[in-house]
Design a protein around this ligand. Structure first.
Ligand code: BGC
Length: 748
């Protein structure tokens, strides 16, 4: 027993205990930090202070000497993408031992959904509605990254994303501000813990501040136009929560917000972030976005770009040379005061102190941290909890293990693709594909494999014949469709949302065999896939599920685990409906159900003139919050503690949730509200809370929620939360559409 416990300890996250680390486990006191900053800065030259605001990347081994030289002079404060521990240690040694003041460098890296152990893409993680597990995954990612000399991750990305054409929707938590806030804070806690100086902890970065996900046309880097009220109610919300949660850094976005690029935007960076939220960390620009102020047409050259960015509130410039080349001169010319440089430098040093870098800037690497068994186990669990069961006609799933399965499709055995976009240090070589996992689970002889298409985008149908023949030989077909990982992520946007290549034709050919087909969709975005899946019995939306995606799929298909995930992003019927999200406003002419497809010859549709399309329903294919289980849940007895509350009271909401099927399973119980009349039109529904409840077959649990008046508030065009008395509707249910409803009033 003791032996097993010790083994678990050694394999688990506590593994970092075995790493020799000199840094203090106690957070360094804030006052002491300010004193140390003051003492240090009193010895720094202007150039050295500016050096702290400069971040450089390692372009390759031949540029190392050049970097070392700049580091020696105190001209670099941070390195992005050092690449490996040896390079990081070499550069750090130069900073500590050869620069005049020995100020440590801070090493940053994109640890987006795992370091070596790759978890599902963030959009998939959001579908788990399980912030504790998401947080645990990030603490694993932090430990793995920290063990390789990384102090700082550029995550989480908390851009509200309502357009699946945008490739970076994969990196987001979807369309909802509340869910995004919960997931962002969970990630920050996982990366940073309570004390960033503790072994295995790294600084997080709230990005991309702000509005980047609203890029027009779903085209990356594109313009965004967001009124202040919408900015505050939707886009800023997770960032505000991140600031309150103590996130160490923010990243200013590439995009132009209402005509002012985010990296030169004094309203968002200075007024909101610093003055309203009192943020004490530092802001790094996104890659090159300071120099790009000139490309936007907001600055005439790099010098003016440096001036605008530093004045607006960008503390550290990522990669481009505007700060290093122009700030000193701007100070000497009296155009910017040295106090501004002091303030920005202090912001950077504060985080270096909080990270304990002055005590210990480099970890001593330990074996067995990367891809440790406990890390892989968490990756498998999170993948299980991220995959959304959309359809399961006649309960095809779960399958029994005596079946012979035909494993077909370009994503069935594509470990490199399943890890998803933004994987810098992970590798498909570590990943287990569904085909491999099924062979391990069922025995190689029961798994008949025919990819049908080489890649998701392939159009060569020569593999179809074998795919169809293979399907015919099996009891059940498991059809793995989707996207290569390169089809989502930064600058990887799509104008079509259908399955790429000849996948639809492949699906049709395989389904036409008449064999029962379960489709597994492995993608980085919401896709339009229903037509391709016509005739399939089951659809599991598995996203890009990471290193352990294969075992997770196998667990779900064969009933070792029961699906519990819910969509964090609405799935549209067609790209023409986009942007489509559940928390839209009502309009003055809300759509009438079924009112499309006007018969030919109709002169004037009597129920027309509503917010409808002529050629497709306005309803989504699957709504936000949707996800099936292998059991059913029945909701009843929704009760409110009062039918009205005053501004000091809390409303309690309770509901009975019954597992009315035959298996123990987890349900995500969702609470939404609608503010019926307000001085700003409010969404038709807004997620306010959720609970994951696990129920044995037949069992019922009373699930309780609380709503405070502040939960009912909204922002107009300013920082004050407005709480207006009036009537509200409450919805509790299994997704954003199927709910029990009640009403209450908030009184004066
Ligand atoms: C991306 C950021 C990323 C940065 C550093 C940029 O291109 O927009 O999200 O953190 O590069 O790699």
């Amino acid at each position: 027993m003791r032996k097993t416990a010790l083994k678990t300890l050694l394999l688990g996250f506590t593994l970092h205990l075995s790493i020799v680390h000199q840094s203090t486990a106690q957070p360094i006191n804030a006052q002491e930090i300010e004193q140390r900053i003051e003492t240090l800065m009193s010895q720094m030259t202007l150039e050295e202070k500016i050096g702290q605001l400069v971040q450089k990347t390692v372009y390759g081994p031949d540029r190392i000497e050049e970097l070392k030289d700049a580091i020696r002079k105190g001209h670099i404060g941070s390195i992005l993408n050092a690449g490996d521990l040896t390079t990081a240690n070499t550069l750090q040694k130069t900073a500590l031992e050869e620069s005049r003041l020995g100020i440590p460098l801070i090493f940053g890296r994109d640890v987006i959904h795992g370091y070596r152990t790759i978890f599902p893409i963030p959009l998939a993680q959001a579908c788990s509605f399980d912030p504790e597990l998401v947080s645990r995954a990030c603490s694993i990612a932090a430990l793995e990254a920290w063990s390789q000399g990384i102090h700082w991750t550029f995550a989480p990305m908390m851009d509200i994303s309502r357009d699946p054409r945008w490739g970076r929707i994969a990196e987001s938590f979807g369309e909802d501000p509340y869910l995004t806030e919960i997931m962002s804070v969970a990630m920050i806690k996982g990366f940073q813990g309570d004390n960033m100086a503790a072994p295995g902890k790294i600084a997080a970065c709230a990005k991309h501040y702000v509005g980047y996900g609203a890029a027009e046309g779903g085209k990356d880097y594109n313009t965004t136009l967001i009124p202040e009220s919408e900015l505050r109610n939707v886009y800023l919300r997770p960032f505000h929560a991140a600031s309150n949660a103590g996130v160490a850094t923010f990243m200013s976005a590439f995009s132009d917000l209402n005509g002012i690029p985010a990296s030169g935007n004094a309203f968002t960076l200075d007024q909101i972030l610093r003055k309203e939220w009192n943020f004490k960390g530092f802001v790094v620009s996104d890659w090159g976005s300071v120099a790009e102020l000139a490309v936007h047409g907001f600055a005439k050259d790099n010098r003016e770009a440096a001036l605008k960015a530093i004045t607006a509130g960008v503390d550290m410039e990522m990669v481009t040379p505007c700060y290093e080349e122009h700030l000193a001169d701007l100070v000497r010319q009296g155009i910017i005061p040295e106090e501004l440089i002091n303030e920005r430098c202090a912001n950077v040093l504060r985080i270096k102190f909080r990270l304990g870098l002055f005590e210990n800037a480099s970890p001593t690497p330990a074996d067995n941290v990367l891809l440790a068994p406990a890390h892989l186990e968490t990756a498998r669990q999170l993948a299980i909890e991220s995959m959304v069961l959309l359809q399961n006609d006649d309960w095809l799933l779960p399958l029994s293990k005596d079946k012979t399965v035909a494993v077909i499709g370009p994503l069935a055995d594509a470990p490199h693709e399943q890890v998803g976009c933004w994987v810098v240090d992970g590798s498909g070589n570590d990943a287990i594909s569904p085909r491999k996992a099924l062979e391990q689970m069922l025995g190689i002889e029961k798994v008949l494999f025919a990819p049908g298409l080489e890649k998701s985008r392939s159009t060569d149908t020569k593999g179809f014949k074998q795919a169809v023949a293979t399907a015919r030989k099996a009891d059940v077909v498991l059809l793995f469709l989707g996207e290569e990982n390169i089809l989502s992520g930064e600058a990887h946007c799509r104008a079509f949302l259908t399955l790429p290549g000849a996948q639809e034709e492949l699906a049709k050919a395989v389904i036409a065999t008449g064999k029962p087909v379960a489709v597994v969709i492995m993608v980085g975005r919401p896709l339009v896939f229903k037509e391709a899946c016509k005739g399939a019995r089951s659809i599991l939306y598995a996203w890009h599920p990471g290193t352990m995606g294969g075992p997770a799929v196998a667990d779900l298909l064969f009933g070792n685990a029961v699906p519990s995930a819910k969509l964090a992003s609405t799935l549209p019927r067609t790209v023409g409906q986009v942007p489509l999200y559940y928390n839209h406003r009502n309009t003055g002419r809300p759509p009438v159900a079924g009112n499309y497809n006007i018969p030919t010859g109709t002169p004037l549709d009597p129920v027309g003139f509503t917010a409808n399309y002529l050629d497709v329903s306005v309803a989504p294919e699957y709504p936000f919050g949707f996800g099936l289980s292998y059991t059913t849940f029945a909701y009843s007895n929704l009760q409110l503690s009062a039918n009205q509350i005053s501004e000091n009271e809390t409303l309690r909401i309770s509901v009975d949730v019954n597992n009315s099927g035959n298996l123990e399973a987890t349900e995500v119980v969702q609470l939404y509200i609608r503010d019926k009349v307000a001085s700003l039109t409010r969404p038709v529904k807004e997620l306010k809370d959720f609970r994951r409840v696990t129920l044995k077959a037949g069992n019922t649990q009373r699930v309780e929620f609380e709503l405070k008046p502040s939960d009912l508030g909204f922002y107009l065009n300013g920082p004050e939360l407005i709480i207006e008395p009036g009537d509200f509707e409450v919805f509790v249910g299994t997704n954003s559409e199927q709910t029990l409803n009640a009403t209450f009033a908030l009184t004066e």
